[in-house]
Write a protein of this length. Structure first.
Length: 237
């Protein structure tokens, strides 16, 4: 006997169109999860639509109804990667006022997320995918992440927490390069160090302390610190 609760009775059944949309959404999520499994096992550039279809247990022709090309699948994976890593940056901005605590969280959040999502890290920042060209939409959203990082640096300068002595965009690029290097080292050395090791993530407080000393507000500036020069096509997360 089927027991109907009050909450069930209060929830109207899905219309056929709503049910189709829900099923499509669930299938898209399954395909993206399978694609990530393939990339984790074989590398970002080794994504294979037939293998993805096999893992989801549908025919390749059915997979094409959701992602007609491999490029379309990569587009969705790129957007997923940006969303994952942007959340870490925005959490640092939200949880800490402008300054070095915010910068430290900005480092730590990304390194933890890269360690948990190495396939998305490689896709977004490391791996070259043959014959795949990022769409304008991908470039736009990654540029938005970069602009958030530049605002973080600009705000820290504005409140007197740091004085890099170089333009905001160059100071941001320096921080991005250091953060990327630590994340790459943590992922790359994973086979050689215990899972609980903080060999690389534990460097974040030291990195911040070095930068804090080097960029102390009384350090004479050799360049105008608030100038931002945006290079065309500049999109770095």
């Amino acid at each position: 006997m089927v027991v109907t609760t009050a909450s069930d009775a209060a929830t109207p059944p899905l219309s056929p169109a709503e049910r189709r949309e829900r099923n499509r959404r669930e299938m898209v999520e399954s395909i993206l999860a399978a694609a990530r499994t393939v990339m984790q096992a074989h590398g970002v550039a080794a994504l294979n639509l037939n293998e993805v279809a096999r893992q989801v247990r549908i025919r390749p022709q059915s997979l094409a109804e959701y992602f007609p090309t491999k490029a379309a699948l990569y587009d969705s994976l790129f957007l997923q990667a940006v969303a994952v890593f942007r959340e870490g940056d925005e959490r640092a901005y939200r949880d800490h006022p402008p300054g070095w605590r915010q910068v430290e969280a900005w480092f730590a959040n990304r390194i933890d997320l890269a360690d948990a999502n190495p396939d998305l890290h490689h896709l977004l920042l490391d791996a070259s995918v043959p014959d795949y060209v990022q769409t304008d939409r991908i470039i736009e959203v990654t540029r938005g992440v970069l602009e958030g990082s530049r605002r973080m640096v600009g705000d820290a300068i504005a409140v007197g927490a740091m004085s890099p002595g170089i333009p905001v965009d160059r100071a941001t690029d320096l921080l991005l390069a250091v953060r990327h290097g630590v994340a790459a080292e943590r992922i790359g050395k994973r086979p050689f160090i215990p899972p609980s090791s903080d060999r690389f993530a534990g460097l974040v407080p030291d990195i911040v302390q070095v930068l804090r000393t080097a960029w102390a507000p009384d350090t004479p500036a050799t360049h105008e610190p608030h100038s931002i020069s945006t290079t065309e096509g500049d999109a770095d997360a």
